[in-house]
Design a protein around this ligand. Structure first.
Ligand SMILES: *Cc1c(COP(=O)(O)O)cnc(C)c1O
Length: 420
């Protein structure tokens, strides 16, 4: 048996059940990606988790953000990821479904869980309140307000109800625009705040600027709008939740340091004139993207097209329709690459012609059938979007000791120190 096989614990995984997977025991020794590939020569995609990287990202964010960091669980709900975030200091979780609430409560009896989906099933509200101690709920309509009040009351269990009104933002500059689906228009949001104040022990506003938002000024604009809503409502506010959307590096995108975003948030918050309120954020991508990669194998090469064993129905969906580019490197345990770096595109394994990832992905010119490719920055919205389409639902997961392929968030807190 190889060294790696003895020391690494990996587990086969079905595509669609990460929320139901049992939390496994911590791994004792972690191999490097190269060691694992050389020893196992896997023909299935391999998810390479970097728990130490995730914990470090979390620590950076939690220490620099001037409020509470609520991890957006949907971004990557893998128990090993949640454990690493917890180790890095995350104690608040933004859950959007009952399964997420159950998972987090199972793993962390003391964590603060916030139910942040504006449209919830009645039974989900009830179980969250009754069984999992959830007290904070987001809403963007009078109907949802009535639903939350009725279901919490129906449990007969007392508790300090927290209500967060989600404000709709105009279409912004984020890579993934999320305006339109959720959020109350400013006038409606103000009315909701007034209606909710009487029954809320904690009352707040929230917004989401969209995912992978590269512009710190988006938070300034959103906080300006939140200020208008708060002034129109004329009620006391206990929480200002600036949402998620904090960006990470990709080969074609280099975001400003986190400190630039936090400086805008602190200034915008100060301008609201609600000094007693608490700041929340809901980071997802920024905490976990650099914490996992996926190793795929080349099954055929036709010119500049590589046929690989994972694709848009697997963990590479954002590389498909959204055209995200990711850092890549070839792994060939037995020989050296020959030739200059060249641009390639990838075909996924399913029979769908839409299963294509244009990239371009820059690899050695002689990349060939049998080589492996490590694709980085896939800790966010990668594994959790897998499907079982066409039978390609198998992947392996291994915890590795490698550094991230691109650096995680840096705080760059000069501006914060000046502000403080
Ligand atoms: C998805 C989501 C997040 C996390 O977004 P990131 O871009 O991953 O930081 C936070 N809040 C809400 C409401 C979301 O829907």
């Amino acid at each position: 048996m190889s060294v790696v096989a003895r020391t690494a614990s990996f587990r086969p995984r079905a595509a669609v059940s990460p929320l139901r997977r049992q939390a496994a025991a911590a791994v004792v020794r972690r191999p490097t990606v190269d060691q694992f590939i050389a020893a196992e020569r896997p023909e299935e995609p391999v998810h390479c988790l970097r728990p130490a990287v995730i914990a470090a990202n979390a620590r950076t964010f939690v220490e620099a953000f001037p409020g509470d960091a609520l991890y957006a669980v949907k971004c990557n709900p893998d128990p090993a990821v949640l454990r690493a975030l917890h180790a890095g200091g995350v104690r608040h979780f933004d859950c959007a479904s009952l399964q997420e609430v159950r998972l987090v409560r199972d793993m962390f009896p003391d964590a603060a869980i916030h139910f942040m989906h504006p449209v919830k099933a009645r039974g989900a509200i009830r179980e969250a309140w009754e069984r999992h101690g959830v007290r904070d709920f987001v809403l963007d309509s009078a109907e949802e307000l009535a639903k939350i009040r009725a279901e919490a009351a129906a449990t007969g269990l007392p508790g300090r109800l927290g209500l967060i009104v989600r404000i709709a933002l105009p279409k912004g500059g984020a890579r993934l625009d999320l305006s339109g689906k959720f959020g109350a228009e400013p006038e409606d949001a103000a009315a909701l705040l007034r209606a909710a104040r009487g029954c809320a022990a904690t009352l707040g506003v929230s917004f989401h600027v969209g995912s992978q938002c590269l512009d710190p000024l988006a938070w300034r604009a959103a906080l300006g709008l939140a200020g208008q809503v708060i002034r129109t409502a004329g009620v006391a506010i206990d929480v200002v939740d600036v949402g998620g959307g904090f960006p990470v590096s990709y080969p074609d995108q280099e975001p400003p340091a986190l400190g630039a975003f936090f400086a805008e948030i602190e200034e915008g918050f100060d301008r609201l004139g609600v000094p007693a309120a608490r700041l929340w954020a809901e980071p997802g991508r920024v905490l976990v993207a650099s914490g996992a990669s996926v190793v795929v194998q080349v099954q055929a090469r036709r010119g500049a097209m590589l046929y690989v064993n994972d694709g848009v129905y697997g963990s590479l969906s954002d590389a498909g329709a959204l055209g995200f580019r990711y850092p890549v490197r070839m792994i060939r345990p037995d020989a050296k690459p020959i030739g200059a770096l060249t641009e390639f595109s990838l075909y996924g394994p399913t029979c769908d012609s839409a299963d294509v990832m244009r990239g371009p992905f820059v690899l050695p010119a002689d990349v060939a059938e049998g080589d492996w490719i490590e694709i980085g920055q896939l800790g966010a919205y990668g594994a959790c979007l897998r499907t079982a389409f066409n039978g390609f639902d198998r992947a392996r997961i291994v915890e590795v000791a490698d550094r991230p392929m691109l650096d995680g968030p840096a705080c760059g807190t000069e501006s914060l120190r000046i502000a403080a």
